[in-house]
Design a protein around this ligand. Structure first.
Ligand SMILES: [Ca+2]
Length: 426
């Protein structure tokens, strides 16, 4: 999974974007000794963990042969350690996050998938009562519709988290669940791949979520969220249904607030019925009645009273059980509306608008040309590209927020022509 930014520290039930991006720094200094000695000590500690954990797994009913095969030749994954210890990213405000992840490319790709899988999605919707556009939005945000599913060996990632450090408990619980999944025969050791935190497949389920909610929608006897989007989408629907989704109800709506509206009514404390909101002058953006007037909802003004406004219903909370970051759920809701064709790009008051994919790639090329490490030139503004933008903004004495503003692209272009390089006069 590429990492659009969600900085949340919590019980990740569904496991998704930025699994476990906790805002905690690495505690304590590293032990003394050369890097080579440190590595060898780490490997010894890992081997001893694998040996001791074997008894725990066997007591749980994991066959010896399966355990030994799953751990054969494994060493801790240094990248998992690094990602687990990483300092929190710049926390993006909801406006920037939504603008970054709900791009035209994601909307267009999602519409193509909705039409390709229309018959299956109709059956999934019928069985679970979950809006297909919300399911597609989750798929799109988690893995770009299956393009970025994570290629790490899940047993290796989870045992790396499990053998030491502050995620050891999470790692051990998930590792046992992963072994259970292997035992059930849904997937082989080799094909059980995922993110550094063990989030797997098209919709990025961690093993405990998989055990609780994965379903075999295709009826071939395997719950294959890794390679079969139909199983994955039905599993996500089952997850939402099991976490409070009310069938047939919307997640919420973008609304328009009247002139002079009291912004103090926003937030969870101001929750009231849709009928009362309508009496206060709220209208559905794009027109039409607000359905289910008896249902309660709260108002969210992520960029203040002059920015986009959203009424968030009960199903919004079900999405937050998938990923507890509020802005993640908001991005899912908005993307689902765009996939349905109800909405265009949002107008944020601070002029934040997503730049086109070709321009994102151009920005990455220009940053790379200046020696910044932006990873792959793929048009995805992930952590590396945002870090490079921040460094470039600092170099240019601009506001440092890592957001791919048009202004930054224009500065880069000027630099490339040889006409830039001057900091803005204060
Ligand atoms: Ca299946």
């Amino acid at each position: 999974m590429r990492r659009p930014p969600t900085a949340t520290c919590s019980r990740r039930k569904g496991s998704v974007l930025a699994a476990l991006v906790c805002a905690v720094s690495v505690a304590g200094a590293s032990p003394s000794g050369s890097p080579a000695e440190q590595l060898s000590a780490d490997h010894a500690a890992y081997r001893s963990f694998v040996r001791d954990f074997r008894a725990v797994a066997l007591r749980r009913g994991i066959p010896e042969a399966l355990y030994d095969r799953a751990f054969r030749g494994l060493a801790p994954d240094p990248e998992v350690i690094e990602k687990s210890n990483r300092q929190p990213e710049f926390v993006l405000p909801a406006s920037q996050y939504v603008a970054l992840v709900v791009t035209d490319t994601r909307v267009n790709d999602g519409r193509a998938k909705l039409s390709e899988l229309a018959a299956d999605l109709e059956r999934i919707e019928g069985r679970y009562g979950v809006d297909r556009h919300v399911l597609a939005a989750i798929w799109g945000l988690e893995t770009l519709y299956g393009k970025l599913r994570g290629k790490r060996n899940v047993i290796r990632s989870l045992s790396t988290l499990a053998y030491k450090g502050r995620r050891a408990k999470f790692g051990r619980n998930q590792l046992l669940a992963a072994l259970d999944i292997l035992k059930a025969g849904d997937i082989t050791v080799e094909r059980m791949t995922g993110s550094w935190a063990g989030a797997m497949g098209h919709t990025q389920f961690i093993p405990t979520s998989y055990k609780a909610y994965a379903v075999d929608f295709t009826g071939d006897g395997r719950r294959d969220i890794w390679d079969n989007p139909r199983d994955a989408l039905a599993s996500a629907a089952n997850y939402l249904r099991g976490n409070g989704w009310v069938p047939g109800r919307p997640w919420g709506h973008r609304v328009v607030v009247p002139e002079g509206f009291d912004a103090g009514l926003a937030g969870k404390k101001g929750e009231r019925s849709i009928r009362e909101w309508a009496k206060l002058g709220l209208r559905r953006a794009g027109g039409g009645a607000l359905p289910h007037p008896e249902e309660r909802a709260f108002l969210d003004l992520p960029a203040g009273v002059r920015g986009p406004a959203f009424l968030l219903r009960r199903n919004f909370r079900a999405i937050m059980r998938y990923n507890p970051a509020h802005k993640y759920a908001l991005a899912i809701g908005h993307l689902s509306d765009r996939l349905r064709g109800e909405e265009g790009a949002l107008n944020w008051p601070d002029g934040i608008g997503p730049i086109a994919e070709s321009e994102r790639k151009e920005m990455q090329r220009l940053l790379a040309g200046r020696g910044y490490d932006i990873g792959e030139i793929d048009g995805i503004i992930g952590p590396k590209t945002r870090a490079a933008i921040r460094d470039y903004q600092a170099e240019k004495k601009r506001r440092v927020d890592g957001f791919p503003r048009r202004e930054i692209l224009e500065l880069l272009r000027a630099d490339a022509r040889g006409g830039g390089g001057k900091a803005r006069p204060d």
